[in-house]
Design a protein. Sequence first.
Length: 630
Amino acid sequence: MKVLRVVTSIVLASLLFTSHLEASASALVGKGLYIKSNVTIEINGKNIKIKDPILNKSDHLLLPMRDLYEAIGANVSWDTKSKTASAVKNGKTVALKVNSLVAQVNGKNISMNVAPLLYRDRTYMPLRFVSENFDGIVQWNQAKQKVEITLNDSIGTPTPSEANYVLHMNNKRIIMADPVMVKQGRTYIPADYFYEHLENASGTWGSNQEFELQIAGLNFIFANGKNTVLVNQEPVQIDEVPFLQSGKMYVPVHFIVNALGGNLRMLADKKEMYIYLSQYMFKSDFIEKSFGATPRPELVPSATLEGNRNLLVSDNPETLTPSLIPNSTATLAQHPVTSAAETNEHRVFGWHLNKLGQKVTIGVTIQNTSKSNSIQIMNAKGYAKKSGNSWLNYDIGLPIADAVLNESLQDLESKGIVIQPGETKIIENYELHPGYTVGFLQDLDIRSLNGGESSYTIRTVLAKNNENLTLIQSEPVAIDKLAAHPRGVWPHSTISATFPANTVGSAQVGYNISNDKTDHLLTAQNSLSMINGSVGNPGHFGMVYKVNIPIVNPTWESKTVRLKMAGRGGLYNGAVKMNGQVYLIPTLKPGTEYVELPDFKMNEQTATIQLEVMHAGGASLPVAIYVETR
C-alpha cells in the first residue's frame, strides 16, 4: 500500500503541470504531437524568445535544442551520426539522443518520460528534464500560462530564498522563520518544521552531525554532508545531501514526501510551499488509476432524494470580490426555518475564495427568531480545509469527501450550546487570508427545548474587520451571475439511484450520475430559500450520492463482478464507498483514464452492490460507473 501511495502522489504532483499544457495545445501536427502557441518561457525572471514552434508531446514541452541550451547557459555539441546532443554546464554533462528515452547524466543512465525528437529539421529537447538536470527548478504558472525556471549556477552552494516562505503543512499555515534552501535544484528545509507541526512526529540529535527524525512510524537518520540516509535502520542512497545551516539540519523535502507518500508544490512567485502527506490528509487510500478509453455511458434512468437532513449550500459568490462584497460585513447565504418537529437535521456546505485584498472571517451563525422557544445544538460535527493553492479539489474537496464517507467528521465546540429566544450564536468561524479558499461541511441537529414550534435562521456570514459575526443579520448578497456556483437550501442532502439489474455474462454497461438531466433534483426553483437569488446544485456538491447496482446470476456459479469509474466531463476526482470501504479517486482525465474498484465475488443468485459517492469539487461532472462480469 505504501508503494501505491507513493506512485499516486507522483501522479498527482505532476497533474497540475501537465494537464494545463494538454488543455491549451493549439494545433495537432503528428500523432500525440502539438504546437503549443500560447505559452511563455521564463528563466530566472526573464522571458526567452523562441523562434521555432514550441511542441507539446505526451503533456511535456519540447524546445529547439540550440534555443534551450543557449537560454540555460550550457555548451552543446552535436554528433550527427548518433543524433546525440551532449551539453555541459558547471562541470555537469547531460547527453540526450533523438528518439531515446534514456539519457546520460555524468555518464549515468537516466530514464525520461518523453524522448528528444526531430521536427522540421530541428532537434527538440524536453524542457523539464534538461532544466532540472542542470539544477533548475521548474514551475507551471497556470494563470499566466507560463513555465518559470529558476537556475542555480552555484553548484554545491545552497541558495536561500529572498524572503520568508509560507509553509502549508497539510493545510496548516506556517510563516517560516528559516529560509528555504536550494542546492543543485533540490529544496531543503529544517527538520524542525516536520516534527513540530505533524502529529506522531519527533526529532532528536544523535550527535552534532546526525539528526533523527521520526514521522508516522518511519525513522530517518540524516548525517551532515552524506547522501546515505538510514530509514528504519536500513541504509538508503539518495541524490540529495542533507547539511547543517545555522545550527539546524536541513533535510530534502522531496525525499521525505515521497518516502511517506504525498506530494510537494512550490509556488516560487508567491513564496509558498505546500507539503501534503497522505497519511495525515486522508483516512482512505487512493485507487490506482488505469489508462484507456471507456465507452459512452447511458444516463442513470432515475434518481430520488432521501433522508431528513436538509442542505444549505453557500457557494455563490464563490469568489469574494469588492464589487460583490462592498460593505465590511455580509451575509453569504441563509436558511430561515420554522418547524413543529422536535429535532431538525441540517447540513451546511460552504466554498469561498477570498479576493478582497485583506484577511476576513467567515462564520456560520444561528439566530433564534422565536419569542418563547429555546433551541439546542445537538450532534454538531464538521470538517473544514483552507488552501492558497489552485489545486482545490485535492486540498479541500477530497479531505471533506473522505471524512464524510468515513463518518469521521469532527465534533464542533458548538455542540450542546443553547440559544435563547432572540439570541444569535456562532457555530463555527474561519480566518481566511487573501487569495485563500475555505471549504467546510457541518452537520447540525437542532432541537426544540420547550416543545413548541421552533423558529431560527442559519447564516453563513463574512466580516472584513473583525466585526461581531452575531450582529450580521442582513439579507444575502446578490449572486454572482457570471459564475453560476450553487446557492440555496434543499430538503435533502442524500440522493439515491438504482441501476437496471445487470445479468452476469452480459456486455459491459455504464451509467452517468450527476448528469444534470435525469438526476438534477436540486434546482433554483425548488430551493427553500430564494432571497436575492438561488442557483441549482446539479453537481450535488455537499451531497452523498448512493448507487444500488443489482446483479443477477442465473448460472449459480461463482462470478466476479468489476466496477469502473471514469469522468465524463472534465478532470474528475472524488471519494467512493463500496460495501462499507472508502477509496479515494485520483484526478482522472476524461476519455483516457479510469479506476477499477475491488472485485466483487458473487456466489448467490442475486446480490446488490452498494456505492456511496461524494465529488471533490469542480464543475466537470458527470462521472460514469461501469459494470462488467469477469
